[in-house]
Ligand binder design. Structure first.
Ligand SMILES: [Ca+2]
Length: 228
């Protein structure tokens, strides 16, 4: 119990210092934040065996946007269950669908501050597999032809194009302002009328004349899971 108190005190101090709010997850082996735990600060955990915590986490506390996967390396090549949790300041919850099965974890957005404006594409739905992360305009996506989900952090909208170099059909994805800087999660781009794999370039902001539809993604779920 003393250890847990110390950790919470540390978290409070770190949250207050400075203007940045770093991404951090604490994984607990029992429900309700009990038992042994590990802290994952500002880093990805592709294989929790290396942390001696494979298939152990039953509850978590998070600051930022965190995603927990049933398989290692974020379910790459082995799609399975996913659970995602957002918290603006050490939000604690039991894992609903992946408790006891978590083998990897990562956050979305900037490691230094979950509120920063970023855009991340994922190869598979529900933020599984390879990712491409940017905080600036990208004229040629590496994951062109190979993406099915998106996470937008921060307050800025982003314009996505179906051709390289910011031309072709475009759609603006704009979040609603949120005092908590809740991220915007598109678990499957077909939800916002984007066919799988069709984004070729992306720009920060709603830029120029939007050729396609404009989508406010505020109504999409920010907490959830996929069970396979
Ligand atoms: Ca597992």
């Amino acid at each position: 119990m003393q250890r847990i108190c110390c950790v919470l005190l540390l978290l409070s101090v770190q949250t207050i210092i400075g203007q940045q709010v770093q991404q951090r997850a604490i994984l607990y082996e029992s429900r309700n934040q009990l038992g042994e735990y590990i802290i994952i600060p500002q880093t990805y955990a592709p294989d929790l065996q290396q942390n001696n915590f494979d298939n152990r986490a039953q509850s978590v506390c998070v600051t930022g946007m965190w995603i927990f996967y049933v398989n290692s390396i974020y379910n790459t090549g082995d799609l399975s269950g996913v659970e995602y949790v957002f918290g603006s300041s050490n939000f604690c919850t039991n894992l609903v669908t992946v408790g006891g099965y978590v083998s990897s974890a990562r956050f979305a957005g900037s490691p230094q501050d979950f509120r920063s404006d970023t855009f991340t594409l994922y190869a598979e739905d529900y933020f599984q597999g390879d990712e491409e992360y940017t905080f600036a305009d990208l004229p040629n996506l590496n994951l062109a032809g190979n993406h099915k989900s998106i996470i937008i952090t921060g307050a800025s909208p982003w314009t996505v194009y179906d051709q390289p170099g910011y031309i072709g059909n475009s759609i603006c994805l704009y979040p609603e302002p949120s005092s908590e800087y809740k991220p915007y999660l598109i678990t499957d781009v077909s939800q916002v009328q984007i066919p799988h794999g069709t984004i070729r370039s992306v720009r920060r902001g709603c830029v120029g004349k939007v050729q396609g539809s404009e989508n406010n993604v505020a109504d999409l779920a920010r907490f959830g899971s996929k069970v396979l």
